[in-house]
Structures are given as structure tokens and as C-alpha cells.
Design a binder for this molecule. Structure first.
Ligand code: F6R
Length: 605
């Protein structure tokens, strides 16, 4: 995801900013930019692609003496990765960098355009700088205008703002996106960053800003306020000393960090799309569904599991026929393609060779195409007629976790969107589903109680002749995904199976060394799934039940929360199977982030 750095002091701010951005490279980005403000003169540089391009562009700038500066690496969410969409964004006399998503940017943009403001980017961020300058006209000072501006923003932000006639100040605000402030008390230098690593080596202690906090630094003081406008105590914490640990934010593996990030990235993915009484996707034209009788979902691996899971939602909620295809199968099966089919490719990377080849076939057959993807400007996004970006940020762990979660929530929203534009859903039902979607981030928060329980339990699952993850309905694709996670990183044999199918063959394998991980939600097919689990228990399979309801015959039991909707159970159980797989693999001393024989992006068939 995007990264922010800021600096105020006597060293070369250009060098500090570029070094800081380099430390944030691991988060992924597709463009970058910096502004240096010295003696009321702005120097701004932006470039697309790698940071070296920015270094090259700014090579003639040398900065001696006091200056302030802000910098940013951008991971495209609103608008393509271009120089005009790269940060900093600029007004008449103000430059700004921003991480997060401004949910109400379209309303604000409309109002600002009506007042004569011109926009030079497609981003949500640009509204902030014009809104601030508009507020400045009616405010007694800069701070009041800044304060007023941030109270008009809905959504998530970490932002830094600098102003031409105040070349000794940086204004900052944080809500929902991380922002850290470090001070060198001896030199009076101030540093900002969106994660620890750019600050290491410059300061020993930092303030991790809290949601709602904002203020400004001026080289002498930090002026820090809370959401109510009251000055707050500055609480300093020690910085980690190791950069690798800093990049993992203290987690043992990127996979673990990414599991913990799911609540945040799913919130980001929902933002501006699940509204009070409707689902909106600004990036697609609703007419793409005109004349469509079938949706064909095509993907590989984990993304295929999202496709399969969402097929239950599309048929159930939007009453639209769905077929699901593996990219690697579809491309060679001489499929019958008709123009009343919408072809949807699902891919984290946007580069998977088999999914891409299938998309090309669909395009050649004249089908309308839509991509659900995590990487803007990837091959799959570029080739599709429309795309909806998941906002998972860079996923470093080879075993996909947060990409799966964000794909799932996009497809859930898309199934409601289709139902909504086809008038296939009653108002009340839509409200209930929207409420459920807004609840998902809460179910994804990993509690230490749950994690500890899974850590302890994992020691019993390090051997055996195989694992069966079982579930019914949409919990069957989740079982497939649980089994894939486990086999990828633990190298233990595991399969996902529909619980009701076990008696048609696989039950022959049942014995105490066959481990069954059973997904038993309370809101869908509870009794049926329970009976299937009991059948396996009666054949002495070792059973771990994941359920909100007690299950007396289970050898192990992981209790999930009691929710009113099966999709909330789905997301909570997803976290459980991810953590269980990871803890088993850690106990087996495997490299969880880089499992043997696997690559993050499979660009060959
Ligand atoms: C599993 C995993 C893979 C990918 C698959 C498709 O954890 O990550 O199965 O899901 O290679 O990749 P994308 O989604 O990039 O098309």
C-alpha cells in the first residue's frame, strides 16, 4: 500500500525523503513523488515506476540548510498509476501527501468544481488540498482551516500538508491509516513515516499517532490535538532496532502480518462501495450487465476458491446463473462462449498466465469482461473492459490470505450490486446484507485469545496420513482454501471436501490418523453438517470442530463467535483456518513466507 515520509530540519530533506521512501519499497508502489519547501520555494518531482526514476529526476536538486519536505509512494486505488495521479497533490500554495481513502471525495469534488477549482488528477486525495485552500478563505488562520478540512473528510487518512508561506511547518492528521512522528530533541529535526523502518537510525523514540489526532510541527514544538480539539499528551515509544523486524511490524512472518491486516484492508475495500442503502462501484458501468444471462468466473488457486465461494452468492442473492472455471482448464476445453455471458477474471497479481490466456479467449469471442484484481495496470486489468480493484496492498507471503479476503468481500458486494440493478432484492434484505458487510472487519480482528488457542492446538496436527477440511454450501470452498493453505506451507497432505460427500468414498480413509477439520457454522445447514461430522467421528477419525456451538464428540474444538449471518461466520472461520495452517507450518520449522516449489506470481503455464 502507499507510504508516507516527511522531514523538517537542517539535513538535506531530499536525501532523507528518498532514503525513507526506499525503506517503504517493500510495501509495493507504482509511482512516487517528493516536494521540498525551502525559503518559500517548492521543488516537486514525481515519477511512475521504480524509485530510481524519481532519484534520476530530482538529481539536480541540492538542498542546503533548513527545509521541510514530504514524500509518497503510491499504490493506485483511484485512478491509474500516472505522474498526475502521483502525490504530492498541489493547490495554489499548498502541497499534500495522503494514505487512505476519502469516502466522500466525489461529493466534495463536485462542490469544489462548482466553485471553480480545477482538478488535475483522478485521485480522491486532490480534493483535500483544494478543500483546505477553500476553507482558508474563511478561516482566521491556517490551523483553523486545516482543522475544518479534516472534519469534512469521511474515510481513512494519514496526511501531511505543507504551505508556501509557512516554510517551517508540517501539518499532519491521522484517521484509520498509520502515521508515526519522531523527534530528534538535540537537533530539533522532525520525521514522519507511515511505518517504522524509515525512522530507524534517525530517532530512538517515536509517537504512534492515534486515530483522530492532528496538529503541526515547527522545529521547536510538536502541537498535538485529539479529535475534540484538546491538546494531548505526547506518548513516546521505543523504535525497533532491526529494519527487517520493522518491515514485518514485529510479526514473525509476512503471512502473519497479512492475516492481522485483513480487518483493515477489508475496511478499505468496502469503503465508498457499501453505502448506507446501496452498493456502488464507480469504476464500472451498470450497463455491462444488460443482456447478461450468465456470469463466468475464471481464476486459479486461491482466487479460484473465491470464485467458487461467490458462485453461491451470485445464484442465491442476485439470481444470476454462474459458472466457475479454472484458468488452466478453461483455455483448453474448447468452451462454448456466447455474448450473453460476462467473463470475470479474478486474480491477486493480475499476471497469472492461465487466467490471462482465458481472458484473451473470452475477449476474442466478443464477451464483455471484468477483472477483480489487486494490482492496477497489471496485464489482466489492462486487458479487461472494466476492473474492480481489491485494496489488499502488497501481499508478500506466497500463501495468499488478505488478497482472498478482499476478493471475497468484493464479490459479495458485486452479487448484491447485480441484485440491486436487476431489482432482484427487497429493500429490507439489502439493508441486512449491507449491515453484514459493514460488520465483516470486526470479525477479522485477531484476538490474542484465539491466536494462543490455535498455537497450542497446532502441536497435535504435525503428522498423520492426511487432513480433510470439510464444510457445506459456501463453507465447502472455504474448506478447499483451508486445505490449500495447510498443504502449501506445512507440506502435509490435505484436501477440502464437501461434508456431505465424505460418505461417497473418502470416509474409507477414516481412522485416528486422519485429521478432519470441520467447519460447522450455525446459520447454514447446521444439522446436516453436524451429522456428516458425526459419521466421521463414528469411524474414529480425529476431529477438530470449528463452530460457535459446542460439539461434544469433537477431539478438539475452536469456538467462533455467534453471528446472525453465515457470511460473518465465513470470514471468522477463514481467519481460523489461516492461523491453524500457519501455526502448524511454524512448528514444522518451514519458511512460511516462501514455501518450497511455489512462486508468488505464476506467469508461466
Ligand atoms: C495460494 C496462492 C495461489 C494463487 C494462484 C493465482 O495461496 O496464492 O494459489 O492464488 O497462483 O494467483 P493470482 O490470484 O495472482 O492470479
Amino acid at each position: 500500500m502507499c507510504g508516507i515520509v516527511g522531514y523538517l530540519g537542517n539535513q538535506s530533506s531530499k536525501d532523507i525523503l528518498l532514503d525513507g521512501l526506499k525503506e517503504l519499497e517493500y510495501r509495493g508502489y507504482d509511482s512516487a513523488g517528493i516536494t521540498v519547501l525551502k525559503d518559500s520555494n517548492f521543488s516537486i518531482y514525481k515519477s511512475v515506476g521504480k524509485l530510481n526514476n524519481l532519484v534520476e529526476k530530482s538529481k539536480n536538486l541540492s538542498v542546503d540548510g533548513f527545509s521541510v519536505g514530504i514524500g509518497h509512494t503510491r499504490w493506485a486505488t483511484h485512478g491509474k498509476p500516472t505522474e498526475s495521479n502521483a502525490h504530492p497533490h498541489i493547490g495554489e500554495a499548498t502541497h499534500i501527501v495522503h494514505n487512505g481513502i476519502i469516502e466522500n471525495y466525489q461529493e466534495l469534488k463536485k462542490e469544489l468544481i462548482a466553485k471553480g477549482y480545477r482538478f488535475s488528477s483522478q485521485t480522491d486525495t486532490e480534493v483535500i488540498v483544494h478543500l483546505f485552500e477553500e476553507n482558508l478563505k474563511s478561516s482566521k488562520d491556517t490551523f483553523s482551516a486545516f482543522n475544518k478540512t479534516i472534519f469534512q473528510l469521511d474515510g481513512a487518512y494519514a496526511l501531511l500538508l505543507i504551505k508556501k508561506d509557512e516554510p517551517e511547518k508540517i501539518y499532519f492528521a491521522k484517521e484509520g491509516s498509520p502515521l508515526i512522528l519522531g523527534t530528534n530533541r538535540e537537533t530539533g529535526e522532525q520525521f514522519f513515516a507511515s511505518s517504522d523502518s524509515p525512522l530507524i537510525g534517525h530517532v530512538a523514540e517515536v509517537i504512534y499517532l492515534q486515530d483522530g489526532e492532528f496538529g503541526y510541527v515547527d522545529g521547536k514544538n510538536i502541537n498535538l490535538f485529539n479529535g475534540a480539539g484538546d491538546e494531548v499528551e505526547q506518548v513516546y515509544k521505543k523504535l525497533p532496532e532491526n529494519r527487517e523486524i520493522a518491515q514485518k511490524d514485529g510479526y514473525r512472518f509476512f503471512m502473519e502480518k497479512e492475516i492481522y491486516e485483513q480487518s483493515q484492508v477489508v475496511s478499505d475495500t468496502i469503503m465508498g462501495r457499501a453505502l448506507d442503502s446501496s452498493i456502488e462501484f464507480d469504476e464500472i458501468d451498470p450497463t455491462i450487465f444488460d443482456g447478461i444471462n450468465e456470469i463466468k468466473l475464471c481464476a486459479c488457486g486461491t482466487s479460484y476458491h473465491t470464485a467458487l465461494a461467490s458462485s453461491y452468492l451470485f445464484e442465491r442473492i442476485s439470481k444470476t446463473r454462474v459458472s466457475v472455471e479454472f484458468g488452466s482448464e478453461f483455455r483448453y476445453k474448447d468452451p462454448l462462449l456466447t455474448k450473453d455471458t460476462l467473463f470475470v477474471s479474478i486474480s491477486q497479481s493480475g499476471e497469472t498466465a492461465d487466467t490471462l490466456a482465458s481472458l484473451k479467449m473470452a475477449k476474442n469471442a466478443g464477451l464483455k469482461t471484468l477483472a477483480i484484481c489487486n494490482v492496477d495496470n497489471s496485464s489482466i486489468v489492462r486487458l479487461s473492459d472494466y476492473s474492480i480493484l481489491t485494496r489488499a496492498g502488497v501481499e508478500k507471503g506466497v500463501a495468499s490470505t488478505k488478497a482472498f479476503a478482499t476478493q471475497m468481500v468484493v464479490l459479495y458486494m458485486l452479487s448484491l450490486y447485480v441484485a440491486q440493478i436487476r431489482n432482484n432484492i427487497e429493500k429490507e434484505r439489502l439493508q441486512k446484507e449491507l449491515h453484514t458487510i459493514r460488520e465483516i472487519p470486526n470479525t477479522l480482528t485477531v484476538t490474542s485469545k484465539l491466536h494462543e488457542k490455535i498455537k497450542r492446538l497446532s502441536k497435535r496436527y504435525l503428522h498423520g496420513h492426511g487432513f480433510f477440511f470439510i464444510g457445506r454450501d459456501i463453507f465447502y470452498p472455504l474448506a478447499l482454501e483451508g486445505a490449500l493453505k495447510l498443504k502449501e506451507i506445512s507440506y502435509l497432505h490435505s484436501e477440502g471436501y464437501p461434508a456431505g460427500e465424505m460418505k461417497h468414498g473418502p470416509i474409507a480413509l477414516a481412522d485416528p490418523e486422519l485429521f478432519t477439520i470441520a467447519l460447522l457454522p450455525q446459520n447454514i445447514l447446521y444439522e446436516k453438517t453436524k451429522s456428516n461430522i458425526e459419521e466421521l467421528g463414528a469411524r474414529d477419525s480425529t476431529i477438530c470442530v470449528i463452530s460457535p456451538k459446542s460439539f461434544e464428540l469433537a477431539d478438539d474444538f475452536i469456538r467462533t463467535s455467534s453471528h446472525s449471518h453465515y457470511m460473518l461466520e465465513f470470514f471468522e472461520m477463514m481467519v481460523v483456518v489461516q492461523l491453524l495452517s500457519m501455526e502448524v507450518a511454524i512448528r514444522l520449522q518451514n519458511d512460511v513466507d516462501m514455501p518450497r516449489n511455489l512462486a508468488k506470481s505464476v506467469t508461466v503455464e
